[in-house]
Design a protein around this ligand. Sequence first.
Ligand code: GTP
Ligand code: ZN
Length: 382
Amino acid sequence: MRQVERSIFDLRRGLPVLIRNSDPQTDDSHRATLVAPLEGMTDAALQRLAEHAGNPCALIVTKHRLEVLGLNTDGDAAALPITADNTATQVIDWACARHPQTQPEPKAIQKTTGGDAAGLTLMRRGLLIPAAITAPVAADRLAAIEARVKDGSLLATDTDAVANYENNAPNFLKRISAADVPLDDAPRSRFVLFREADGMREHLAIVIGDPEKWADAVPVRLHSACLTGDLFGSLRCDCGEQLRSSVAKIADHGGGVLLYLAQEGRGIGLANKLRAYSLQDEGLDTVDADHVLGFGDDERRYNVALEMLAQLEIRQIELLTNNPSKIAAMSRGGVTVVQRSGVYGRVTHQNRRYLTAKATRAGHWLDQVLGTSPEDATATDN
Ligand SMILES: Nc1nc2c(ncn2[C@@H]2O[C@H](COP(=O)(O)OP(=O)(O)OP(=O)(O)O)[C@@H](O)[C@H]2O)c(=O)[nH]1
Ligand SMILES: [Zn+2]
Protein backbone atom coordinates (compact mmCIF):
# COMPACT_ATOMS: atom_id res chain seq x y z
CA MET A 1 0.00 0.00 0.00
CA ARG A 2 2.78 2.42 0.86
CA GLN A 3 4.08 2.18 -2.69
CA VAL A 4 0.84 3.72 -3.95
CA GLU A 5 1.24 6.84 -1.82
CA ARG A 6 4.91 7.13 -2.74
CA SER A 7 4.01 6.80 -6.40
CA ILE A 8 1.50 9.64 -6.06
CA PHE A 9 4.18 11.85 -4.55
CA ASP A 10 6.62 11.03 -7.37
CA LEU A 11 3.96 11.82 -9.98
CA ARG A 12 3.31 15.13 -8.22
CA ARG A 13 7.04 15.82 -8.51
CA GLY A 14 6.80 15.18 -12.26
CA LEU A 15 8.51 11.76 -12.17
CA PRO A 16 7.30 8.61 -13.97
CA VAL A 17 6.33 5.47 -12.05
CA LEU A 18 5.91 1.83 -13.02
CA ILE A 19 2.56 0.09 -12.59
CA ARG A 20 2.70 -3.69 -12.73
CA ASN A 21 -0.43 -5.49 -13.85
CA SER A 22 -1.59 -7.79 -11.05
CA ASP A 23 -3.81 -9.86 -13.35
CA PRO A 24 -2.05 -13.23 -13.86
CA GLN A 25 -3.85 -13.59 -17.24
CA THR A 26 -2.09 -10.51 -18.63
CA ASP A 27 -0.12 -11.16 -21.79
CA ASP A 28 3.57 -10.34 -21.98
CA SER A 29 3.03 -7.01 -23.72
CA HIS A 30 0.92 -5.61 -20.85
CA ARG A 31 2.74 -6.87 -17.75
CA ALA A 32 3.81 -3.38 -16.75
CA THR A 33 3.15 0.20 -17.78
CA LEU A 34 5.25 3.33 -17.37
CA VAL A 35 3.08 6.23 -16.28
CA ALA A 36 3.95 9.92 -16.25
CA PRO A 37 1.99 13.06 -15.35
CA LEU A 38 1.10 15.74 -17.81
CA GLU A 39 2.31 18.72 -15.83
CA GLY A 40 5.81 19.72 -16.91
CA MET A 41 5.95 17.16 -19.73
CA THR A 42 8.60 17.99 -22.33
CA ASP A 43 9.38 16.61 -25.78
CA ALA A 44 12.54 15.03 -24.41
CA ALA A 45 10.74 13.36 -21.48
CA LEU A 46 8.05 12.05 -23.82
CA GLN A 47 10.68 10.55 -26.08
CA ARG A 48 12.57 9.05 -23.12
CA LEU A 49 9.42 7.41 -21.79
CA ALA A 50 8.77 5.69 -25.14
CA GLU A 51 12.43 4.63 -25.42
CA HIS A 52 12.53 3.15 -21.93
CA ALA A 53 9.26 1.31 -22.46
CA GLY A 54 10.20 0.15 -25.96
CA ASN A 55 6.71 1.17 -27.06
CA PRO A 56 4.95 4.35 -28.18
CA CYS A 57 3.17 6.41 -25.51
CA ALA A 58 -0.54 7.10 -25.24
CA LEU A 59 -2.49 9.84 -23.52
CA ILE A 60 -5.16 8.48 -21.19
CA VAL A 61 -8.12 10.82 -20.83
CA THR A 62 -11.43 10.62 -19.00
CA LYS A 63 -14.75 10.29 -20.79
CA HIS A 64 -15.52 13.92 -19.83
CA ARG A 65 -12.42 15.09 -21.65
CA LEU A 66 -13.22 12.89 -24.67
CA GLU A 67 -16.64 14.53 -24.91
CA VAL A 68 -14.98 17.94 -24.90
CA LEU A 69 -12.81 16.72 -27.79
CA GLY A 70 -15.98 15.62 -29.59
CA LEU A 71 -15.04 11.94 -29.19
CA ASN A 72 -16.76 9.03 -27.47
CA THR A 73 -15.94 5.94 -25.49
CA ASP A 74 -17.94 3.12 -23.90
CA GLY A 75 -15.78 3.18 -20.78
CA ASP A 76 -14.75 5.74 -18.18
CA ALA A 77 -11.55 6.59 -20.05
CA ALA A 78 -9.77 5.99 -23.34
CA ALA A 79 -6.23 5.94 -24.75
CA LEU A 80 -5.18 8.38 -27.47
CA PRO A 81 -2.05 7.10 -29.20
CA ILE A 82 0.89 9.52 -29.32
CA THR A 83 3.13 9.26 -32.38
CA ALA A 84 6.76 10.34 -32.70
CA ASP A 85 5.48 13.43 -34.57
CA ASN A 86 3.43 14.69 -31.63
CA THR A 87 4.99 17.30 -29.37
CA ALA A 88 4.48 17.49 -25.60
CA THR A 89 2.57 20.75 -26.09
CA GLN A 90 0.15 19.07 -28.45
CA VAL A 91 -0.41 16.24 -26.00
CA ILE A 92 -0.97 18.62 -23.08
CA ASP A 93 -3.45 20.50 -25.26
CA TRP A 94 -5.38 17.29 -26.00
CA ALA A 95 -5.68 16.77 -22.27
CA CYS A 96 -6.77 20.16 -21.05
CA ALA A 97 -6.81 23.00 -23.60
CA ARG A 98 -10.15 24.48 -24.44
CA HIS A 99 -9.28 24.69 -28.13
CA PRO A 100 -6.40 22.30 -28.92
CA GLN A 101 -4.39 23.32 -31.98
CA THR A 102 -4.40 19.72 -33.24
CA GLN A 103 -6.89 16.90 -32.73
CA PRO A 104 -6.08 13.30 -31.86
CA GLU A 105 -7.02 10.87 -34.63
CA PRO A 106 -10.59 9.67 -33.80
CA LYS A 107 -10.08 6.25 -35.41
CA ALA A 108 -6.96 5.64 -33.32
CA ILE A 109 -8.77 5.76 -29.95
CA GLN A 110 -8.17 2.63 -27.94
CA LYS A 111 -9.52 1.00 -24.83
CA THR A 112 -7.51 1.50 -21.67
CA THR A 113 -5.47 -1.28 -20.04
CA GLY A 114 -5.38 -1.99 -16.29
CA GLY A 115 -2.15 0.00 -16.03
CA ASP A 116 -3.68 2.98 -17.87
CA ALA A 117 -6.71 3.05 -15.58
CA ALA A 118 -4.54 2.76 -12.47
CA GLY A 119 -2.39 5.64 -13.75
CA LEU A 120 -5.46 7.82 -14.09
CA THR A 121 -6.56 6.93 -10.55
CA LEU A 122 -3.18 8.03 -9.20
CA MET A 123 -3.41 11.38 -11.03
CA ARG A 124 -6.85 12.03 -9.55
CA ARG A 125 -5.77 11.16 -6.04
CA GLY A 126 -2.72 13.40 -6.48
CA LEU A 127 -5.05 16.25 -7.54
CA LEU A 128 -3.24 16.57 -10.85
CA ILE A 129 -4.91 17.08 -14.22
CA PRO A 130 -6.86 13.83 -14.67
CA ALA A 131 -4.88 12.54 -17.64
CA ALA A 132 -1.88 10.23 -17.79
CA ILE A 133 0.86 9.60 -20.30
CA THR A 134 1.47 5.87 -20.38
CA ALA A 135 3.60 3.39 -22.29
CA PRO A 136 3.32 -0.40 -21.98
CA VAL A 137 6.70 -1.91 -21.25
CA ALA A 138 7.85 -4.26 -24.01
CA ALA A 139 8.75 -7.76 -22.83
CA ASP A 140 12.43 -7.28 -23.76
CA ARG A 141 12.66 -4.02 -21.73
CA LEU A 142 11.09 -5.32 -18.55
CA ALA A 143 14.34 -6.56 -16.98
CA ALA A 144 16.06 -3.17 -17.49
CA ILE A 145 13.07 -1.30 -16.02
CA GLU A 146 12.86 -3.66 -13.03
CA ALA A 147 16.58 -3.05 -12.46
CA ARG A 148 15.82 0.64 -12.12
CA VAL A 149 13.10 -0.17 -9.58
CA LYS A 150 15.63 -2.26 -7.67
CA ASP A 151 18.28 0.46 -7.61
CA GLY A 152 15.69 2.95 -6.34
CA SER A 153 15.60 5.28 -9.33
CA LEU A 154 12.03 4.33 -10.27
CA LEU A 155 9.06 3.61 -8.00
CA ALA A 156 6.73 0.72 -8.76
CA THR A 157 3.25 -0.23 -7.64
CA ASP A 158 0.61 -2.56 -9.05
CA THR A 159 -2.97 -2.45 -10.30
CA ASP A 160 -4.36 -4.38 -7.31
CA ALA A 161 -2.72 -2.01 -4.81
CA VAL A 162 -4.21 0.98 -6.67
CA ALA A 163 -7.66 -0.65 -6.76
CA ASN A 164 -7.53 -1.51 -3.05
CA TYR A 165 -6.41 2.00 -2.30
CA GLU A 166 -9.62 3.29 -3.87
CA ASN A 167 -11.80 1.10 -1.64
CA ASN A 168 -11.52 2.54 1.79
CA ALA A 169 -10.16 0.05 4.25
CA PRO A 170 -11.70 -0.08 7.74
CA ASN A 171 -10.19 2.58 10.00
CA PHE A 172 -9.20 4.67 6.97
CA LEU A 173 -9.93 7.76 9.01
CA LYS A 174 -8.18 8.28 12.32
CA ARG A 175 -8.99 10.79 15.00
CA ILE A 176 -5.68 12.51 15.67
CA SER A 177 -6.08 15.47 18.02
CA ALA A 178 -8.57 17.96 19.44
CA ALA A 179 -8.66 21.29 21.21
CA ASP A 180 -11.13 23.98 22.21
CA VAL A 181 -11.02 26.88 19.77
CA PRO A 182 -13.56 29.58 20.68
CA LEU A 183 -15.00 31.21 17.57
CA ASP A 184 -16.45 34.67 17.17
CA ASP A 185 -19.86 33.24 16.30
CA ALA A 186 -19.63 30.16 18.49
CA PRO A 187 -17.54 30.63 21.64
CA ARG A 188 -18.00 27.01 22.71
CA SER A 189 -16.31 25.20 19.83
CA ARG A 190 -13.97 22.24 19.76
CA PHE A 191 -11.84 21.38 16.71
CA VAL A 192 -11.36 17.65 16.18
CA LEU A 193 -8.85 16.65 13.51
CA PHE A 194 -9.12 13.44 11.48
CA ARG A 195 -6.44 12.13 9.11
CA GLU A 196 -6.85 9.67 6.25
CA ALA A 197 -4.73 6.53 6.61
CA ASP A 198 -2.45 7.43 3.69
CA GLY A 199 -1.58 10.66 5.50
CA MET A 200 -2.51 12.82 2.55
CA ARG A 201 -5.66 14.60 3.65
CA GLU A 202 -6.88 15.96 6.98
CA HIS A 203 -10.47 16.92 7.77
CA LEU A 204 -11.91 18.82 10.72
CA ALA A 205 -15.04 18.42 12.77
CA ILE A 206 -15.95 21.67 14.52
CA VAL A 207 -18.07 20.53 17.43
CA ILE A 208 -20.19 23.45 18.62
CA GLY A 209 -21.86 23.47 22.04
CA ASP A 210 -22.29 20.51 24.34
CA PRO A 211 -22.98 17.19 22.56
CA GLU A 212 -24.74 15.91 25.72
CA LYS A 213 -27.42 18.56 25.25
CA TRP A 214 -27.98 18.10 21.52
CA ALA A 215 -31.40 17.16 20.23
CA ASP A 216 -31.87 13.82 18.42
CA ALA A 217 -31.36 15.44 15.04
CA VAL A 218 -28.04 17.27 15.19
CA PRO A 219 -27.58 20.44 13.11
CA VAL A 220 -24.78 19.61 10.66
CA ARG A 221 -23.02 21.52 7.91
CA LEU A 222 -20.82 19.63 5.42
CA HIS A 223 -18.50 22.34 4.18
CA SER A 224 -16.05 21.61 1.38
CA ALA A 225 -12.84 23.59 1.63
CA CYS A 226 -12.58 26.72 -0.47
CA LEU A 227 -9.33 28.48 0.36
CA THR A 228 -10.13 31.48 -1.82
CA GLY A 229 -13.60 32.00 -0.38
CA ASP A 230 -13.30 30.73 3.19
CA LEU A 231 -10.01 32.40 4.03
CA PHE A 232 -9.70 35.35 1.67
CA GLY A 233 -13.35 36.26 1.13
CA SER A 234 -13.20 35.70 -2.65
CA LEU A 235 -16.10 37.36 -4.43
CA ARG A 236 -16.22 34.57 -7.03
CA CYS A 237 -18.24 32.30 -4.74
CA ASP A 238 -20.44 32.28 -1.65
CA CYS A 239 -18.35 29.87 0.45
CA GLY A 240 -16.86 32.24 3.03
CA GLU A 241 -20.21 33.67 4.03
CA GLN A 242 -21.82 30.23 4.07
CA LEU A 243 -19.07 29.06 6.41
CA ARG A 244 -19.48 31.90 8.87
CA SER A 245 -23.26 31.86 8.77
CA SER A 246 -23.36 28.07 9.27
CA VAL A 247 -21.25 28.34 12.40
CA ALA A 248 -23.55 31.09 13.72
CA LYS A 249 -26.68 29.12 12.83
CA ILE A 250 -25.45 25.94 14.48
CA ALA A 251 -24.56 27.90 17.63
CA ASP A 252 -28.03 29.57 17.58
CA HIS A 253 -29.67 26.15 17.34
CA GLY A 254 -27.98 25.07 20.55
CA GLY A 255 -24.98 23.35 18.97
CA GLY A 256 -24.06 20.80 16.36
CA VAL A 257 -21.20 20.04 14.00
CA LEU A 258 -19.54 21.63 11.01
CA LEU A 259 -17.43 19.19 9.03
CA TYR A 260 -14.69 21.04 7.20
CA LEU A 261 -13.84 18.65 4.39
CA ALA A 262 -10.56 18.71 2.46
CA GLN A 263 -12.20 18.58 -0.94
CA GLU A 264 -11.21 21.93 -2.36
CA GLY A 265 -12.78 22.92 -5.66
CA ARG A 266 -15.53 20.29 -5.51
CA GLY A 267 -12.79 17.70 -5.11
CA ILE A 268 -10.51 18.77 -8.00
CA GLY A 269 -7.95 20.56 -5.81
CA LEU A 270 -6.83 24.16 -5.70
CA ALA A 271 -4.43 23.98 -8.67
CA ASN A 272 -7.21 22.72 -10.92
CA LYS A 273 -9.77 25.13 -9.46
CA LEU A 274 -7.53 28.03 -10.47
CA ARG A 275 -7.25 26.50 -13.97
CA ALA A 276 -11.04 26.22 -14.02
CA TYR A 277 -11.38 29.86 -12.96
CA SER A 278 -9.25 30.93 -15.93
CA LEU A 279 -11.54 28.96 -18.22
CA GLN A 280 -14.56 30.62 -16.60
CA ASP A 281 -12.98 33.97 -17.38
CA GLU A 282 -13.09 32.90 -21.03
CA GLY A 283 -16.85 32.45 -20.74
CA LEU A 284 -17.44 28.87 -19.56
CA ASP A 285 -19.64 28.18 -16.57
CA THR A 286 -18.34 26.38 -13.47
CA VAL A 287 -19.42 22.91 -14.64
CA ASP A 288 -18.22 23.17 -18.25
CA ALA A 289 -14.86 24.55 -17.07
CA ASP A 290 -14.31 21.41 -14.98
CA HIS A 291 -15.31 19.24 -17.95
CA VAL A 292 -12.66 20.90 -20.13
CA LEU A 293 -10.07 19.77 -17.58
CA GLY A 294 -11.45 16.23 -17.71
CA PHE A 295 -13.47 16.26 -14.50
CA GLY A 296 -17.11 15.37 -13.93
CA ASP A 297 -19.73 17.81 -12.62
CA ASP A 298 -18.74 17.20 -9.01
CA GLU A 299 -15.82 15.01 -7.93
CA ARG A 300 -16.65 15.02 -4.21
CA ARG A 301 -17.25 11.82 -2.27
CA TYR A 302 -18.91 11.92 1.13
CA ASN A 303 -17.46 8.73 2.62
CA VAL A 304 -15.14 10.81 4.82
CA ALA A 305 -18.07 12.88 6.12
CA LEU A 306 -20.07 9.71 6.81
CA GLU A 307 -17.15 8.17 8.69
CA MET A 308 -16.66 11.33 10.78
CA LEU A 309 -20.36 11.38 11.68
CA ALA A 310 -20.17 7.67 12.59
CA GLN A 311 -17.16 8.29 14.84
CA LEU A 312 -19.02 11.20 16.46
CA GLU A 313 -22.02 8.85 16.90
CA ILE A 314 -24.34 11.12 14.91
CA ARG A 315 -27.03 9.25 12.97
CA GLN A 316 -29.78 11.83 12.50
CA ILE A 317 -29.09 15.28 11.23
CA GLU A 318 -30.61 18.59 10.31
CA LEU A 319 -28.52 19.44 7.28
CA LEU A 320 -27.56 23.01 6.44
CA THR A 321 -27.25 22.99 2.66
CA ASN A 322 -28.80 24.01 -0.64
CA ASN A 323 -27.26 21.04 -2.41
CA PRO A 324 -29.53 18.04 -3.08
CA SER A 325 -26.59 15.70 -3.71
CA LYS A 326 -25.37 16.12 -0.12
CA ILE A 327 -28.75 14.93 1.15
CA ALA A 328 -28.67 11.97 -1.22
CA ALA A 329 -25.11 11.07 -0.14
CA MET A 330 -26.08 11.13 3.55
CA SER A 331 -29.18 8.99 2.98
CA ARG A 332 -27.20 6.48 0.89
CA GLY A 333 -24.68 6.27 3.72
CA GLY A 334 -27.34 5.52 6.34
CA VAL A 335 -27.54 8.97 7.97
CA THR A 336 -31.12 10.23 8.27
CA VAL A 337 -31.63 13.81 7.15
CA VAL A 338 -34.61 14.80 9.29
CA GLN A 339 -34.68 18.35 8.03
CA ARG A 340 -32.85 20.64 5.64
CA SER A 341 -32.30 24.35 6.01
CA GLY A 342 -30.73 26.68 3.47
CA VAL A 343 -27.53 28.60 4.03
CA TYR A 344 -26.73 31.54 1.80
CA GLY A 345 -24.09 34.10 1.06
CA ARG A 346 -24.61 37.44 -0.59
CA VAL A 347 -25.31 37.45 -4.29
CA THR A 348 -22.92 39.86 -5.97
CA HIS A 349 -22.31 40.69 -9.59
CA GLN A 350 -19.11 38.60 -9.41
CA ASN A 351 -20.73 35.42 -8.07
CA ARG A 352 -24.21 35.59 -9.64
CA ARG A 353 -23.17 33.55 -12.68
CA TYR A 354 -21.57 30.89 -10.47
CA LEU A 355 -24.66 30.66 -8.25
CA THR A 356 -26.94 30.54 -11.27
CA ALA A 357 -24.90 27.65 -12.68
CA LYS A 358 -25.17 25.82 -9.34
CA ALA A 359 -28.95 26.19 -9.52
CA THR A 360 -29.41 25.32 -13.20
CA ARG A 361 -26.65 22.72 -13.68
CA ALA A 362 -26.60 21.00 -10.28
CA GLY A 363 -30.12 21.67 -8.99
CA HIS A 364 -29.10 23.67 -5.90
CA TRP A 365 -32.04 25.32 -4.13
CA LEU A 366 -31.07 28.95 -4.59
CA ASP A 367 -34.30 30.54 -5.89
CA GLN A 368 -34.62 32.41 -2.65
CA VAL A 369 -31.45 34.39 -3.27
CA LEU A 370 -31.27 34.39 -7.05
CA GLY A 371 -34.75 35.88 -7.30
CA THR A 372 -33.52 38.96 -5.52
CA SER A 373 -31.41 41.79 -6.82
CA PRO A 374 -27.62 41.52 -6.83
CA GLU A 375 -25.39 43.17 -4.23
CA ASP A 376 -27.92 43.47 -1.41
CA ALA A 377 -29.48 40.04 -1.51
CA THR A 378 -28.73 38.55 1.88
CA ALA A 379 -31.30 35.93 2.66
CA THR A 380 -31.97 33.74 5.64
CA ASP A 381 -34.12 30.71 5.77
CA ASN A 382 -36.27 31.67 8.71
N1 GTP B 1 -14.35 23.27 -9.40
C1 GTP B 1 -14.83 24.38 -8.86
N2 GTP B 1 -15.06 24.40 -7.54
C2 GTP B 1 -15.57 25.52 -7.03
C3 GTP B 1 -15.84 26.66 -7.78
N3 GTP B 1 -16.32 27.61 -6.94
C4 GTP B 1 -16.34 27.05 -5.71
N4 GTP B 1 -15.90 25.81 -5.75
C5 GTP B 1 -15.80 24.79 -4.71
O1 GTP B 1 -17.10 24.32 -4.48
C6 GTP B 1 -17.16 23.79 -3.17
C7 GTP B 1 -18.40 24.36 -2.47
O2 GTP B 1 -18.59 23.60 -1.34
P1 GTP B 1 -19.81 23.69 -0.36
O3 GTP B 1 -20.10 25.10 -0.01
O4 GTP B 1 -19.55 22.70 0.73
O5 GTP B 1 -20.97 23.03 -1.15
P2 GTP B 1 -22.04 23.39 -2.20
O6 GTP B 1 -21.98 22.28 -3.21
O7 GTP B 1 -21.92 24.77 -2.69
O8 GTP B 1 -23.40 23.19 -1.40
P3 GTP B 1 -24.02 23.98 -0.15
O9 GTP B 1 -24.07 22.97 0.95
O10 GTP B 1 -25.37 24.38 -0.59
O11 GTP B 1 -23.11 25.13 0.14
C8 GTP B 1 -15.86 24.15 -2.49
O12 GTP B 1 -15.01 23.02 -2.48
C9 GTP B 1 -15.28 25.24 -3.40
O13 GTP B 1 -13.87 25.26 -3.39
C10 GTP B 1 -15.59 26.61 -9.16
O14 GTP B 1 -15.85 27.53 -9.91
N5 GTP B 1 -15.08 25.46 -9.65
ZN1 ZN C 1 -15.76 29.13 -2.71
